[in-house]
Design a protein around this ligand. Structure first.
Ligand code: ATP
Length: 566
């Protein structure tokens, strides 16, 4: 398996990048936290003051004065209003921050080297984009309520301290014991949440098998049983088991905390005569203590979400750190296409897919020396796994050679040139992704696209409307023809076709090799074609054959009189 490890990827650099990324990702959340905490604090302090006023009003001898009633109403309004406002502000700001996080992580993926993305596997990336960011989104959405609960708790604590320092100390000791117990329990449940999150990756993988392997799974009962009954079920069970264990531990800790609360109340009631407590103080203390139990429980119930959000956040920060270390400079502004005056060259290029963990022997490509002249039609042939796709990924600047150089007209393609160099190519890989929208929906492009739809005989199957194909639900061969339209419209100097004709019928295969390729060549395109169609090798200026990652031989069909006839 490939691991692109740049020279600066020492463990020290890895962890410092991770810390820097964590800080960078957390920074926008700081505003949400500060804002929600400030408003929540206002609500909390108002609530605590309200409790104090209610308590003294309850123990007064007569009805409350009008001014006191107005004061109470104002405090109530402030408490409720700032709580609601904290929630509203938090919803907007929090969701904006989460949207920014979604965009940030996607951008990191977009800027990561292709090899790193292939190594990471798409189901793991999807789990981060979906599961982890959603976990953080849920946590953020609840934040204002928690900040307010925190402020109520703090406000009540101050009031309780004012009421009776002795009882406050007693309650503080009980709460302290509860906190230590919860802290110890949290250490264990975080381990479980971590394990659940690892199992979640496998679950995503099995989901993909169920969706993308729908046809195969309907045909094969054994595989179906294996995927669903064994792999998916055990991943789902593992997630459930770990989460359940973590949550039960939380509920046990929560129960202990509640018990400690009632123990404190009971102690107050029993010890009242010995402590010579005033009735007003004792009842006020117990009422506020019972009131504050709600916010404290709310804060405690936050802990598992906090732990899950922490686990999720660490995974996002790890991905972000890994990808930022290796990130490529992709321009957001229009890129200049490099000029191809003479040739593209691979000089002593090597590439290697490592097989970690003592797997089968690694695949080694190279040394490769290859020069492609402008306007040339080059066919690359060779057995499965001989390295054809790897070679073109190197040629297109998508993989970086582990040794050797890619050169454009004799100039080495380095980081500063890479994107302009890549803009020379349009490519249809064998595992291409079909976009339904045109990059440029200008009338001229749409006209050309419509003409190509006619020419490629799919105009009756899909049409262009507002710069997008009406449908891409077509046969395999037809979808590839749509991909060809995209590539044609890009109008790049070099075009790559990775086994494009493999899914076409014999008639259209012939059209491809004997009409389309020659026409593109006449238009001045340099053509790189990976092919197994030996019948049409005569359509090439040169054919190179790869064997086990090396160019084994080279044929010039025209020079050698190999003409392809229809
Ligand atoms: N993502 C990957 N991770 C690890 N090894 C890989 C990966 N992709 C390819 N390989 C290894 O590289 C070798 C060459 O693969 P490549 O796709 O270049 O072959 P190919 O000639 O294009 O094959 P095919 O004709 O089947 O498309 C394979 O045999 C495989 O061992």
């Amino acid at each position: 398996m490939l691991r692109v490890v740049p020279p600066d990827a020492s463990p020290l650099n890895r962890s410092s990048t991770f810390t820097a990324e964590t800080r960078r990702l957390l920074r926008p959340f700081a505003y949400v936290v500060v804002l929600a905490t400030m408003l929540g604090c206002m609500s909390g302090v108002a609530t605590a003051l309200l409790l104090e006023q209610i308590n003294s009003a309850l123990h007064g001898s007569s009805a409350i004065a009008r001014s006191t009633a107005v004061g109470l109403a104002a405090l109530g309004l402030l408490a409720v209003g700032s709580h609601a406002l904290a929630g509203i502000v938090n919803s907007f700001t929090g969701q904006r921050v989460v949207a920014a996080l979604r965009k940030d992580v996607s951008l990191r993926i977009l800027h990561a080297p292709v090899a790193s993305i292939e190594h990471m596997k798409s189901h793991r990336l999807q789990a981060i984009l979906n599961e982890d960011i959603n976990t953080i989104s849920t946590f953020t959405a609840e934040f204002a309520g928690h900040a307010s609960a925190f402020a109520v708790t703090a406000g009540c604590a101050i009031y309780l301290l004012k009421l009776s320092p002795v009882l406050f100390m007693l309650s503080a000791v009980a709460i302290g014991v509860g906190i230590v117990f919860t802290y110890l329990a949290a250490k264990i449940w975080i381990r479980d949440f971590n394990a659940a999150r690892v199992a979640e990756d496998d679950l995503q993988k099995q989901y993909r098998a169920v969706i993308e392997g729908a046809k195969e799974l309907r045909l094969n009962r054994h595989r179906r049983a294996h995927v669903h009954g064994l792999r998916l079920a055990s991943a789902a069970d593992e997630v459930a088991r770990r989460n359940a264990r973590a949550l039960s531990l939380f509920w046990a800790a929560e129960g202990t905390n509640s018990a400690l609360f009632f123990l404190v109340v009971l102690t107050i009631l029993i010890a009242r005569p010995w402590l010579a407590l005033d009735a007003e103080v004792a009842s006020g203390f117990v009422i506020v203590l019972l009131f504050v139990k709600g916010p404290i429980e709310e804060l405690a119930s936050l802990l598992p979400f906090f732990s899950q959000a922490q686990v999720a956040f660490r995974r996002i920060a790890r991905l972000s750190a890994d990808f930022s270390r290796e990130k490529e400079a992709l321009a957001s502004d229009p890129v200049q296409v490099a000029a191809l005056a003479g040739h593209i060259e691979l000089r002593q290029v090597h590439y290697r897919f490592d097989a970690p963990g003592g797997g089968p022997a690694p695949f080694e490509l190279g040394p490769i020396d290859l020069r492609i002249q402008r306007g040339e039609t080059l066919f690359i042939v060779g057995g499965n796994g001989s390295g054809k796709t790897t070679l073109v990924k190197l040629l297109l600047g998508l993989y970086r050679p582990s040794q050797g150089q890619v050169l454009l007209d004799g100039v080495a393609v380095d980081d500063s040139l890479r994107e302009a160099y890549r803009a020379l190519f349009s490519a249809i890989f064998s595992d291409y992704f079909l976009f339904d929208e045109l990059v440029d929906p200008s009338p001229e492009q749409q006209r050309t696209a419509k003409a190509l739809l006619e020419r490629l005989k799919i105009s009756g199957k899909t049409e262009l409307a507002e710069g997008a194909f009406s449908t891409t639900d077509l046969s395999t061969g037809q979808r590839k023809r749509l991909a060809l339209i995209h590539a044609w419209l890009e109008d790049r100097p070099v075009m790559l076709f990775d086994e494009w004709a493999a899914d076409q019928d014999p008639e259209f295969r012939q059209v491809f090799y004997l009409e389309l390729l020659p026409e593109l060549k006449r238009l001045g395109k340099t053509l790189i074609v990976i092919s197994h169609d030996d019948r049409y090798f005569g359509a090439a200026d040169r054919v190179i054959r790869l064997v086990q990652g090396q160019i084994a031989d080279e044929v010039f069909p025209f020079r050698q009189g190999m003409r392809t006839s229809p």
